[in-house]
Design a protein around this ligand. Structure first.
Ligand code: SF4
Ligand code: MG
Length: 325
């Protein structure tokens, strides 16, 4: 079967301008050679610290950022080769939910108007059909059809994120890009929104690209995980494998900060603290991108970037000293 989404050797670089004449004085390598594919109904979590390029990757997939090199294919069609009309049709199949539900909704519009907007843009439904669909969407995300007459400020943060999810689903997308969808919400309501997303995925067969800095959020959510560091995927694999036995020193450090599910488990992990800051993507380290913070780095690590080597069972690892499992 064909992949829903395929990302091939994607690079996104931004020029840094400065100096007396405002010329280009450098380059930020936000995404450097990322490849993966996502099947219909599957969820892939892209995990890493802020600044690792995961949001830029999401934006490039959504067509909001133009890749410098490489290709994004949706249902086998390269995004770069589509016409404006085709791109609009594709955009309906890929929707995004950002972190902040407050700025995502127009305060002047009623909730009904916000949810109707993507349907009106499609121009396929009558006014009565749109009203019925809006009522259905509100129910689908755990709200009430009567809520259509209200304005965003009448809702809590969690309810607003439900509205944003409802609007994203209006045009029946196949893929949702979820960029830190619960990070701005109270801890107490995060699991409600995550459960809603899981439920919707099952019911509608959606594929999710779930972008997060928080591995504890990803644990019960993703089929597969890709760990990003300074614009590169350094490890990927099935979520269960990666959580049970991470191989990359960076994945191990990230995971060591996540509390174990069984409190007081005998196999208590010790916390691996990384020293030093995340290097600037405008000035990445020579050789392995992780070499300046890696607890097991050897001098040879700064000579070349290790390639992402495929292992058995769908894993992949980029480290000179370790083999994928
Ligand atoms: Fe650490 Fe070297 Fe492996 Fe990079 S290649 S992760 S620096 S051990
Ligand atoms: Mg971000």
């Amino acid at each position: 079967s064909q992949a829903l989404l395929e990302v091939r050797d994607l690079h996104v670089r931004y020029p840094i301008r400065g100096g007396l004449w405002g010329g280009q004085v450098g380059e930020v390598k936000a995404v450097s050679g990322v490849s993966f594919s996502l099947n219909p109904g599957e969820s892939l979590a892209v995990v890493g610290e802020s600044g690792c390029g995961k949001s830029t990757l999401g934006n490039a997939i959504l067509g909001l950022t133009r890749p410098t090199e490489g290709e994004v294919l949706f249902e086998g069609e390269p995004l770069s080769a589509t016409t404006t009309t085709e791109r609009r049709a594709l955009a309906a199949k890929m929707q995004v939910v950002w972190q902040d539900p407050v700025s995502a909704l127009d305060p002047k519009m009623t909730v009904g108007q916000s949810l109707a907007e993507p349907l009106e843009a499609q121009g396929r439904l009558t006014a009565a059909q749109i009203r019925a669909r809006v009522a259905e969407l509100l129910t689908m995300v755990g709200l009430h059809p009567d809520h259509a007459a209200r304005r965003p400020h009448e809702f809590s943060g969690g309810q607003r994120q439900r509205l944003v999810i409802g609007r994203a689903l209006a045009a029946e997308p196949k893929l949702l890009v979820l960029d830190e969808p619960v990070s701005a919400l109270d801890v107490s309501i995060r699991s409600q929104i995550l459960n809603l997303l899981l439920d919707l995925q099952k019911r509608l067969g959606l594929a999710y690209l779930f972008i997060s800095h928080d591995l504890s959020v990803v644990r019960h959510f993703a089929d597969r995980v890709a760990v990003m560091y300074l614009g590169k995927i350094v490890e990927s694999g099935p979520a269960q494998t990666l959580f049970a036995a991470p191989r990359h020193p960076y994945s191990q450090a990230l995971l060591s900060a996540v509390p174990l599910p069984q409190a007081g488990a005998r196999a208590r992990r010790s916390r691996i603290l990384l020293t030093g800051d995340l290097p600037s993507p405008a000035n990445p380290p020579a050789g392995c991108v992780f070499s300046t913070r890696c607890p097991i780095a050897e001098p040879g690590c700064s000579l070349s970037m290790p390639p992402l080597v495929q292992g058995a069972g769908g894993t992949a690892l980029a480290c000179h000293l370790r083999a994928p499992q």
